[in-house]
Design a protein around this ligand. Sequence first.
Ligand SMILES: [Zn+2]
Length: 306
Amino acid sequence: MPAFPWGFFGHKMINRHAVFLLPPEMMILYKPHLDFIEEHAVDPDKRRYAVKQEAPRHYIDMDHFHPWDSIPSSYQKAVDKYGEDSLARHGIVPWWIQIMTSRLTRAFELKDKFAIIKLSAELGHYISDAHVPLHTSSNHNGQLTNQVGIHGFWESRVPELFAEQEFDLLVGKAQYIKSVSGLAWRVVRQSAGAADSVLRFEMLLSNSVRPDAKFSYETRNGVVVRQYSTAYSKAYHQMLDGMVERRMRASILATASLWYTAWVNAGQPDLREIAGRSFTEKELEEWDELNRSWKELGMPGSSCSN
Ligand SMILES: [Zn+2]
């Protein structure tokens, strides 16, 4: 069953909604590139199949770290304490969010339009991944509890079925974040705290329905695919009391707030002068290259690897 972090659908939706939370001084740059920011929300996932260092940036196995308050909040200290190999295995998303926010701040200082748009799109991806409970658990696809497929169920199937019609994704305005590190760690701690319910409720539900009510079959591009049925998905969404919607709303707010914070920390540069410039051929070529190499690898059909 295909499963992508927040699904490609969810990531795109989060980035798109985040743009509308920005102040007008930023909107002038972001809105003309709304489609780009949406489209490239999924670049980090495309890169996972080509770049070895990419995968750990999307998750952290919080159950591996004890106690949580002993985890160094800075990446360098974490490397000193655990070593790079161990971090690469157990994930680095909360540190990576800080690194990406610093890079975005630098891009604003330099008024480098291409970097601003690119880094914004990707930062939105990482902070949104951090909001997904199963991105903070070593049982990331229910493989330890006979619930394989639950990763995509929570973050792809449920949003795809209900986000457009039912979710309220209007979440106010971007907020200044005093401590990016504080935000990143708060988000992963909340996610890790919710992972247990994500797994347990699906187990309860699965045990309470007939096996043939759990899945439905659909033909896509001539191939019959098995997926969680609409009724089963709805029941799960209700058991979670709207958790998927809440985490999606929080992802949108955090995404916009990190963009805004990077801009403020860069001294609120005037973006009007770069807003009008279009991307150069070379910059566009870079986007195309990533897309090509990803397509050549084939559509990843298995689950995202955490
Ligand atoms: Zn991801």
